[in-house]
Design a protein around this ligand. Sequence first.
Ligand SMILES: [Zn+2]
Length: 140
Amino acid sequence: MLKDKFNEVENQIAYKKISNEKSSNAGKVLALLFFGFCYYVWIRTTGLCIPCIFRLITGLKCPGCGITTMIMRLSLLNFRGAFIANPFLFITAPFLALELIYAYVKKEKSENLPRWNTILLYLYLALLLIFGIVRNIINI
Ligand SMILES: [Zn+2]
């Protein structure tokens, strides 16, 4: 009898822990989206944005250079301009969006990413680094 009550309380505590973790994950995503929206409005109103530290120091473009310009142009449905800002990220943006959703769902289920997905992410990272080198050679 007492043991059943103890197990019931223990299960309730475990359930609350899981539901708190899930709500904090959703809260983090919402906070990130809100921050991104505020940054977007800031750039739209002031024209000021955070410069790339790598480019400031080296004078070279990093693989992510142009992502802010790409997003700003996408918001105006200027797809050609968005492509020019960062061709690699423009082309792979749908993959990144799907990967973020997939990783979020896996985390919500408390599951690890499968091996094929980890390999795919390393391949993506390698291609991104190659793009970072090539874009400085052919000036894109
Ligand atoms: Zn950069």
